[in-house]
Design a protein around this ligand. Structure first.
Ligand code: ADP
Ligand code: MG
Length: 237
């Protein structure tokens, strides 16, 4: 089982959107996925709580109980545990990072988010956990080129040793429509651009997980399984 934590010290950057979208897309691809919502606001829980499979999909918990959640997930044959975190307190976020196999630091391509993301990337780097910075709510491409905001953000992110994900999530109303129906964009409209964004990010993460964590010759790790299952979706997107 792999544990993926999504974090950012800035509210509204998209932690819940990213974590729930990835978790539900991986579940749709056939993986056994659990979401641990450790944010007292319970936004991730709000999205998935009323789904028929919520009892096996969601833990509304706290950072200090993540170890117990991980044990329960392993015993139930879970492939992927996705942790949605609060903006604070830092010790809670650090606890989640410390039990993770991979972390995503989410930021919008704005000066304030990029300034704030240093705290998250620093925390991930110090923990030794591999991870990526994900740019969320990006304006659309202009004639195939990244808009100025994204290019500036990428320039400012050079300070970070954590790589920036090649896949970016654009600002799309599909996330709101899908979540209002307690679904992911990949379920709500699998042909939408938002769904394609999410699947590309999922494919990129599964690639990183496999590269960094699967022992040489390992062909059955959850990360490899995820990669194989995501590949057809990725090709379709
Ligand atoms: N890529 C996106 N496109 C459109 N709206 C988004 C996107 N990402 C997040 N949002 C919206 O921004 C708001 C904050 O996102 P959320 O995921 O709750 O952030 P956080 O969990 O970091 O506080 C929500 O209303 C959400 O629907
Ligand atoms: Mg949230």
């Amino acid at each position: 089982m792999k544990t993926l934590t999504v974090l950012s010290r800035k509210g509204g950057s998209g932690k819940t959107t990213v974590s729930v979208s990835l978790a539900l897309a991986a579940r749709q691809a056939g993986l056994k996925v659990v979401i641990a919502d450790i944010d007292p606001l319970r936004s991730a829980a709000e999205v998935v709580r009323s789904r028929p499979e919520a009892a096996s999909l969601l833990f509304e918990t706290t950072a200090s109980k993540l170890f117990i959640v991980q044990d329960a997930c392993r015993q139930n044959g879970c492939d992927l545990l996705v942790v949605d975190t609060p903006t604070a307190p830092e010790p809670d976020i650090l606890r989640a990072v410390n039990v993770s196999d991979f972390c995503l630091a989410v930021a919008r391509p704005t000066a304030l988010d990029i300034a704030a993301i240093r705290q998250s990337t620093g925390l991930i780097e110090r923990s030794g956990c591999p991870g990526l910075v994900v740019l969320n709510q990006c304006p659309p491409l202009r004639e195939g080129q990244e808009p100025t905001l994204v290019r500036q953000a990428l320039g400012q992110l050079h300070f970070s040793r954590l790589p920036v994900a090649r896949s970016r999530l654009r600002n799309r109303a599909a996330y709101q429509h899908a979540f209002a129906q307690h679904r992911a964009v990949t379920e709500w409209d699998p042909t939408s651009e938002a769904a394609a964004d999410v699947l590309k990010l999922l494919a990129e993460i599964s690639e990183s997980l496999a590269l960094r964590s699967a022992p040489a010759g390992e062909t059955t790790s959850p990360a490899r399984k995820l990669m194989e299952r995501i590949a057809p979706f990725f090709a379709a997107a």
